[in-house]
Ligand binder design. Structure first.
Ligand code: SF4
Length: 333
């Protein structure tokens, strides 16, 4: 992944933190532009949709001030706002675009000690150990390549936490994580899609073969692991694409992943906001909105029609039980 940036926009107080200082040295050759708040950068909110790829080249550095935990009922019990939001990659369906619109660029928050203190306090206060999803606002493995935040987080949580942390990724840069003292308290989830979808839709993410290798390596290093087939995108040849993907996973996933890993499956949702940005910023890209197969789901969102979803679900369950039968499907949503 090319993690080059063309400018840094920063809240001056961020430089009072160790991580802020480290980033200041790391990106000393870039222009540094002072901002009042990472949430209000007028020149970005007022930019045209077609400038989306240009905006993605900016790095924003600030301090996270809101820390609201949202209950969750899938792999984790809580969604936790953590050390970044947004992302340098540009998946055409990225759900962060629904939240941040054009401003889905990478924002780093330098107050990681404060965020992990808070998480550990919550972890200590619950009756039974809980699982905390720390990667719902960004891709933390990608972020880690410039901040090392995962190294800090995984080892400190291993020593001081009771429950588990978890995060998903579409990247393969796991080497720095393999020798950490994680004590099995971080659940690593790799998101996969057919290579053709990665090439045409998941712009700037790691290839499928590298993602499979990274998942095998993490399982070998003793991390609990999961596989996310997500988002499932029903292109005209979707049956062939997903059948080949599942066959490839059966061939290349290690015994450890197959025996201990679980599967999550999420069908794509798409929104009016994403469609507007993609149409203007990537005029030659594949069209993800399909009038024939999709239907409204409130607030400008679209999902596949129920009968189409049911067909996809049956198909995937059948192929997975034939090829990856030892892995349980946690949910299909
Ligand atoms: S890798 Fe994840 S966070 Fe980054 S653009 Fe793709 S979907 Fe969004």
């Amino acid at each position: 992944m090319n993690m080059s940036f063309d400018a840094v926009y920063y809240e001056p107080n961020a430089l009072d933190y160790k991580l802020g200082q480290m980033l200041k040295c790391k990106y000393a050759s870039l222009p540094w532009i002072e901002i009042e708040s990472h949430n209000r950068i007028i020149e970005m909110t007022s930019a045209d949709n077609r400038d989306f790829p240009k905006l993605k080249k900016h790095l924003i550095i600030g301090i996270r001030k809101t820390h609201r935990y949202v209950p969750n009922y899938k792999v984790s019990d809580w969604l936790v706002p953590y050390t970044s939001s947004g992302c340098r990659a540009m998946c055409l369906y990225c759900y962060l675009v629904c939240n941040y619109n054009k401003c889905a660029y990478l924002r780093l928050f330098v107050n990681r000690e404060q965020m992990l203190d808070r998480l550990l306090k919550k972890d200590a206060s619950t009756l039974v150990p809980q699982t905390f999803e720390i990667g719902s606002n960004s891709d933390l493995l990608l972020e880690n390549t410039i901040t090392d935040n995962l190294l800090y987080t995984i080892e400190r949580f291993a020593r001081e936490g009771r429950g588990s942390l978890t995060f998903p990724t579409k990247f393969d840069m796991v080497a720095p994580l393999l020798n950490l003292d994680h004590r099995g308290k971080t659940i690593f989830r790799m998101s996969v899609n057919p290579q053709e979808i990665i090439n045409r839709i998941e712009l700037g993410t790691s290839p499928l073969s590298a993602r499979i290798r990274a998942l095998n390596d993490m399982a070998e290093a003793g991390y609990p692991v999961g596989l996310l087939i997500a988002p499932v995108i029903l292109l005209p040849n979707w049956k062939q694409l997903y059948e080949e993907l599942i066959e490839r996973l059966a061939d290349e996933l290690s015994y450890k992943v197959m025996q201990n890993g679980f599967i999550e499956i999420i069908l794509m949702t798409y929104s009016f906001v994403q469609n507007a940005i993609n149409t203007e910023a990537f005029p030659n890209a594949i069209q993800l909105f399909d009038r024939e197969t999709m239907t409204g789901r409130g607030r400008g969102k679209y999902c596949y029609r129920n009968d189409i979803r049911a067909e996809a679900e049956n198909f995937l369950r059948e192929k997975i039980s034939q090829q990856l039968g030892s892995m349980s499907i946690l949910y299909i949503s």
